[in-house]
Design a binder for this molecule. Structure first.
Ligand code: HSE
Length: 429
């Protein structure tokens, strides 16, 4: 049996969960994996958690103590972000140590460079916990589904926003109350704008798209819209029409390249992703051999994320201990082009607030016609005296034509508040 020595940087929610699993299951890993996974050093800003976990004797406040410790084979980076964490990851690899990380922001921005450096040093980088918390998805995409040509990856990748949309829809909570609950429960990012404006989901779909399509996708290449413009009425209208509204990360293989984006999406109620409620995450993957698959679980939290980290640790440790070949993530072997969102063709839901008087409906309808956008369904609702909402769902149309239609409608000067546009997936139109 071989011993593999671990150093952990970052003793927050996930770090604490990793220590607990390593303590509780150490002997199982010896029995089942033939590996003595030994945590020899831990660094974090604050020592209180180390005392609670009974590891004060191996604790330091300086992450460099882990990097500079020649004993350590694998560095577990759970600091997060692209500041100090970035330096630790590069320094660990330069020092010839493999890295296990949950750092979506870093991998979505610099995964290619990090994996290239790892390969040049004969080390490994593993990041299952960077997407979907406890859901196994990087592993399946890299290994189990390798016999497929993946054609679609669609995910509910942010628990905070899925929780908020569920609470607003089912329990009539206000946006602010729903966000406050998600923050209190500890799902939300330190800066919750990363959740509600979609950056968290964008990092995750960039990583999934990269792995699924063997193409380096940088987070900056993902067009993003968050949920801040969505109102309870949109959820109501969607339901009446047979749809849920979900914040989705979408990465499709198309003849013109990779179609990748994050935005609120109307999804048929019978789509498997529509039934994913609350803080849960799910990723729907379609491959040419396997067909439809879906991976479901807790996308955040101590135990789930730690589960993915420890899974990676065991895999990397086995590679190191038994010289099983190191399978670097394939990063850019296909190098497909990324398609502009202007070329997207889908159906759209548009909600327009307008004055309720003769000619308004005709004027807006004319703008659709001018841009060759065909309307699938339309309803008008009186909101209050003299004011109405026009709810349009279009037939499949090009994003650029919808943008031009919206601009044309805004130019009429009829809108009494900002229009709401939601893309419709699996359109019945
Ligand atoms: N803030 C994230 C979420 C959790 O709400 O899903 C970690 O990625």
């Amino acid at each position: 049996m071989k011993t593999i020595k671990l150093g952990l940087i970052g003793l927050g929610t996930v770090g604490g969960g990793v220590v607990r699993i390593l303590q509780e299951h150490h002997d199982d890993f010896v029995r089942d994996q033939d590996i003595d996974l030994r945590l020899v050093a831990v660094a974090s800003r604050d020592s209180s958690e180390a005392h609670v976990l009974g590891i004060a004797d191996i604790f330091s406040t300086d992450g460099n103590d882990i990097i500079n410790n020649p004993e350590i084979d694998i560095v577990i980076e759970l600091v997060g972000g692209t500041g100090a964490a970035r330096s630790f990851v590069y320094a660990a690899l330069e020092a010839g140590k493999s890295v296990v990380t949950a750092n979506k922001a870093l991998i979505a921005a610099e995964g290619h460079d990090i994996c290239t450096l790892a390969a040049s040093k004969g080390c490994e980088v593993a990041f299952e916990a960077s997407v979907g918390g406890g859901i196994p998805i990087i592993g399946p995409l890299r290994h189990t589904l390798a016999g497929n040509r993946i054609t679609s990856v669609i995910g509910i990748l942010n628990g905070t926003t899925n929780y908020m949309l569920t609470r607003i829809d089912e329990d009539r909570l206000s946006y602010d109350a729903a966000l406050a609950e998600a923050q209190a429960a500890g799902f939300a990012e330190f800066d919750p704008t990363a959740d509600v404006e979609g950056a968290d989901a964008a990092a995750k779909i960039a990583i999934l798209g990269t792995i699924a399509y063997n193409t380096d996708i940088h987070i900056s290449q993902v067009p993003v819209e968050g949920i801040t413009a969505i109102s309870p009425v949109d959820l109501d209208y969607a339901r009446e029409m047979g749809y849920s509204i979900k914040l989705l990360g979408i990465a499709n293989r198309t003849p013109g390249g990779i179609d990748i984006r994050v935005h609120p999406t109307m999804l048929a109620l019978d789509h498997p992703l529509s039934s994913v409620r609350g803080v849960m995450n799910a990723i729907y993957v379609v491959g040419d051999a396997v067909g439809e698959t879906m991976y479901y679980g807790a996308g955040a939290g101590s135990g789930p994320a730690a589960s993915s980290v420890v899974g990676d640790l065991i895999e990397v440790a086995r590679h190191l201990a038994y010289r099983e070949s190191i399978a670097q993530p394939v990063w850019d072997t296909e190098a497909l082009p990324i398609r502009s969102i202007d070329e997207l063709i889908t159906s759209y839901y548009l909600r327009l607030s307008v004055p309720d008087r003769p000619g308004v409906l005709a004027t807006t309808a004319q703008v659709f016609a001018q841009h060759d956008v065909s309307i699938y369904s339309m309803v008008q609702r009186g909101v209050h005296e003299g004011c109405a909402e026009l709810i349009y769902v279009t037939h499949a149309a090009r994003e650029s034509a919808i943008r031009a239609t919206l601009a044309g409608i805004e130019k009429t000067g009829l809108l009494t508040s900002a229009p709401v546009l939601i893309r419709v997936e699996d359109a019945k139109a």
